[in-house]
Write a protein that binds this ligand. Sequence first.
Ligand code: NAP
Length: 446
Amino acid sequence: MLWQTLNAAQAFTLSAGALIEVTDAEPVSASAIATAVTSAGYDVRRVSIPTGCADAAILTEGLTAQSADVRHWSSLAAARTARRQGGVTILLQPADVYSGLEGLSRTLRKEWPESVAFAWTLPRGGGPLVVQGLRRGYPDGELNQSGELSVAAPGKSLTPPSSLPGSTPSVWLVTGGARGVTAACAIELARQAGGTILLAGRSEVTPWPAGLPETGDIKILRGLLVERSRQSGARITPTEIDRTARNLLAGAEIRQTVASIHAAGATAAYIPLDAGDSAAVAAALSQAQEKWGGITGWVHGAGVLADKLAADKTEAELRRVFAPKVGGLMNILEAFDARQLRHIAFFSSAAAFFGNKGQSDYAMANALLASAGRLLARSAPDARVKVFHWGPWAGGMVDAALASHFEAQGIPLIPVDEGARIFVNELLGGRRDQVELVVGEAWATT
Ligand SMILES: NC(=O)c1ccc[n+]([C@@H]2O[C@H](COP(=O)([O-])OP(=O)(O)OC[C@H]3O[C@@H](n4cnc5c(N)ncnc54)[C@H](OP(=O)(O)O)[C@@H]3O)[C@@H](O)[C@H]2O)c1
């Protein structure tokens, strides 16, 4: 990922006298912005909710001291009412707080091609800087005190070193690491780095029922369970059959991951844990560190999807998506001191970097992980911090239907073995000054 500084851009133009609404969500900033923008010759109106009638709307919802899900949800809700043919929406967020509103602006530009949305990251007290952004028509990026804008470009993926530096035994926490593509990465990590790998996920390790043939195919398994319940005379609903089948497959996948890590020569333990539950995270991580020693590496791969267009998205859906990624991030950072970590890896998505239709919440949550990665790289300089903006993998949450959707768009899937190797090579041996990586074929034009 490359960063460059702009002092002219013209991603949009606003003529002098244009009507600009500034939301009052964060009143101190709103007031400073309104004064500066009025002095610059625009016609300013302060509003609690944008009317959708102005030439531009500047949204201060992202600058409030609210929790991450409230800030991001209220920004999305305000952007919905600001939406207007040809209108410009500017979403503001602070530079020193984990935020991911560029995930929203990038998604809205795909979902609402008739309007223009950009997210600007401001230094504390930097509200008046928006005048430079408006005059120069800045795209997404981080404004500095001189009014210049830093923007990120995906760049070329670096070739990882062929031999990795020797590493001391580590205790790894891998949230979401017992299943899906993060499990493949945890197994490759075990091969290359060894140590103790603590896998955390919500699923229980449900034992496989005696006498039931083993299968990894959910359709076959449902059929076997139906047959079994018929034979036993038990009346089980299709919903219960489906739930049982999913639990059995989850348990089998977890056992398989643990066994593969052991086979690779490392130690593995599974911790049933909802990363979004702060009390459970604090208790589980304190017990784990007592038993296994201080955690020295953290891979955050927990995530769920709840795809829906921004116009229809509900707050409950956004909260569901934020809970494992953003709630999990905050809960884990509260449970131990990040300065004890030598390695930090966050699983983000190319959706954070390019936006993706139907994924405004997911893109924001992942963009927030990236902002956390950038800030942690500064506050924990001894750690190698890597944020992987993955394109779609041939596994995990990409099921057969999604895989054919990507293939129809000409987007190749990341083979699981290859993705896992890229992950480990970058985490153990990649350049320390390259925090973010976009991995996989870019889908910028889709
Ligand atoms: N697959 C892809 O193409 C792709 C592309 C871009 C980014 N990613 C990112 O890579 C990560 C893994 O994705 P995947 O495709 O492997 O998805 P997946 O197969 O659905 O796996 C998600 C993992 O997250 C865990 N998880 C979900 N909610 C959790 C919670 N509240 N607490 C603890 N663990 C939780 C799941 O375990 P339980 O269900 O047992 O909790 C599972 O291990 C995600 O962060 C995703 O955003 C994936």
